[in-house]
Design a protein around this ligand. Structure first.
Ligand code: AMP
Length: 576
């Protein structure tokens, strides 16, 4: 087993890192540090995920090699985001805790430039920077890179994704030709390899884990559900893992906000992080998440960049990312620093091909798991509760004075009854909630999309006070339903356009949404009224037909089904 001293790290640094809990070098440190301790160090091209310990891999040798007599920039570390830039600065400050002569400056956008100028002018030997602000400071002639000995490009793929290609080139061109360059990246796209070709001189290639693959200790699982059940599946997952601490990735800002709002409304400890929050709002959410005051953070890929949290138990892909490589980034946020992590994908059958592409990229199998049933969840929650009771700390001093009265009040109950009651007090809401829960699984073999659904989830029939005299066409009505409900894939059943009014059917899981979304809407200056109609033609098990297109059945002269606001059997709301 190697030690930090064994790979050449000096005692004052070892003392500092041991105090922050490092006991022995991580694999990337064992590989990189000995190269960087050499006098004539080679360039390095390292394929490594975040969380592998790469900051210390380049940071410890840089701290040790810094010439404290010299007051100009010797080492430059470039990273894509303010958060990562600050994280690197903090880490380096920690390693150099007992080397007070070392000055490290952080240079990043969105903060006062004057403070950063001051920090550099104080004689910073190490600068941790994001590319945009660094260029600004170079142009102002505050930063001079002519004496830089080593440049580190951290999360280089992210820097390219964020559009810093030209900035990187411009910065690298201002550093000395004979400097030493270290490139760290979680993935190695072609564009990055061409930069490496141009700027790295015969580099030593180091790979921690497989090329473009996920970290070894991450398990990849998938729950296959119908499109419309995505959110229900998410809630089941959150309930099935009561101690979950993770990020839920969404594709758009809107989806992020919607999922976070729904989770909050349903009583989960969640919040959203997306691009156009102010820096202060971002910091507040991130801090709460770091402190575990938020258990589930809903985020877009861009917003989650630079969010550095080590002990996430799960990553949830609410939707798969548009670009496959982003999956590696997402999943790399769990299973860090040697811990076990799980990357969960909520998917539908149409995405099967993309799952195969991901499997190829991560070189691992994605395990297909059944969505936990209501019963599974109740069982899990019950034992979680029992566990909590077993482990709860009792504050004798505070509780002692109340106990005699409590004992007296509960005297008539024996041990078994008492346990039953205590457990039920907490547990009943889960039983209640899940008692009529449906099976959310979408069968993977066989094409049927109807199987796996509870038979009770059919269509609800609505009355609308518009008809042929208003020139209402099925296509217009479908457009209204999609627009007003904002549900992309809502399933629409039969449409009957009559003279003065019409009927339409939609997925009964969205009955309330449809009713709410038609409130206060006007059509050609007429106030629109929509109500649940009696299900005259109808059985609750009418076959569902998916109709997002403009085709409709336009049955003539069907008698009005009545306008009483009564829910059809098919319209019965699911418990979940
Ligand atoms: P990084 O990949 O640099 O973001 O590091 C991931 C996490 O691992 C950070 O929280 C580091 O503090 C931690 N870490 C780095 N090196 C070690 C080590 N040798 N022992 C224990 N933890 C470490």
């Amino acid at each position: 087993m190697s030690s930090f001293e064994g790979i050449g790290i000096e005692a004052v640094i070892v003392k500092a890192i041991e105090e922050s809990g490092f006991e022995k070098p991580m694999p990337i440190q064992e590989q990189v540090i000995p190269y960087l301790m050499k006098e004539d160090r080679p360039d390095i091209l390292a394929l490594a995920q975040t969380g592998t310990g790469k900051t210390a891999a380049f940071g410890l040798p840089l701290i040790q090699k810094t010439d404290t007599h010299v007051k100009h920039i010797q080492y430059l570390i470039l990273s894509p985001t303010r958060e990562l830039c600050l994280q690197i600065t903090n880490d380096l400050q920690g390693y150099s805790k007992y080397k007070s002569e070392i000055k490290i400056a952080a240079v990043f956008g969105g903060a006062s430039i004057d403070m950063q100028i001051k920090a550099i002018k104080k004689g910073a030997q190490i600068v941790s920077a994001t590319p945009g602000r660094l260029i600004d400071l170079i142009e102002r002639r505050v930063v001079d890179l002519s004496s830089v000995k080593t440049v580190v490009l951290d999360e280089a793929d992210e820097m390219l994704n964020m559009g810093f290609r030209e900035e990187l080139k411009s910065i690298l061109d201002k550093t000395p030709k004979d400097k030493n360059t270290l490139l760290f990246s979680a993935t190695m796209p072609k564009e990055l390899l061409s930069i490496a070709d141009k700027y790295l001189n015969d580099p030593v290639e180091i790979t921690i884990g497989k090329r473009n693959s996920g970290a070894e200790n991450i398990e990849h699982v998938c729950f296959m559900v119908h499109e419309k059940d995505r959110y229900l599946a998410l809630k089941r997952i959150a309930d099935f893992y009561p101690d979950i601490y993770g990020i839920i990735f969404c594709r758009t800002r809107r989806e992020t906000q919607e999922v976070a709002d729904k989770l909050l409304k349903d009583g989960y400890n969640a919040d959203a992080l997306y691009g156009d929050l102010s820096q202060v709002q971002r910091d507040t959410v991130m801090n709460k998440f770091r402190l575990k005051n938020i258990q589930l953070l809903v985020a877009t890929d861009v917003a989650a960049r630079g969010l550095d949290v080590d002990n996430l138990t799960h990553i949830i892909n609410y939707n798969l990312p548009d670009e496959i490589y982003l999956y590696t980034h997402r999943s790399g946020r769990t299973g860090r620093a040697g811990r076990h992590g799980t990357s969960i994908i909520i998917s539908n059958l149409k995405e099967k091909y993309r799952l195969q592409q991901i499997e190829k990229q991560i070189n691992k199998t994605i395990k297909l798991l059944p969505v936990p049933s209501g019963k599974d969840i109740c069982k899990k929650q019950l034992f979680h509760l029992i566990d909590k009771i077993e482990k709860v700390e009792v504050n004798d001093e505070e509780i002692d004075s109340f106990l005699p009265e409590i004992y007296k009040k509960l005297e008539w109950l024996d041990r078994e009854e008492l346990i039953k009651k205590f457990v039920s007090a907490e547990f009943n809401r889960f039983i209640e909630y899940y008692k009529e829960s449906k099976d959310l699984n979408q069968p993977v073999d066989g094409r049927s999309s109807g199987k796996g659904h509870s038979e009770s989830s059919g269509f609800t029939r609505f009355f609308i006070n518009l008809g042929r005299i208003d020139n209402l066409k099925p296509a217009t009505l479908i457009g209204m339903i999609n627009d007003y409900t904002s549900i992309r894939n809502i399933e629409i059943g039969d449409i009957e356009i009559l003279n003065n009014f019409s009927f339409f059917e939609t997925d009964s899981d969205y009955t309330e949404t449809v009713l709410q979304s038609f409130i206060n809407k006007k059509y050609k200056n007429r106030q629109v009224a929509v109500e649940v109609a009696d299900n005259k033609r109808g059985s609750g098990n009418q076959k569902k037909r998916k109709r997002q297109a403009t085709k409709s059945s336009n049955k003539k002269n069907k008698k009005s089904g009545g306008m009483k606001r009564k829910k059809s059997k098919a319209g019965k709301k699911s418990m979940v």
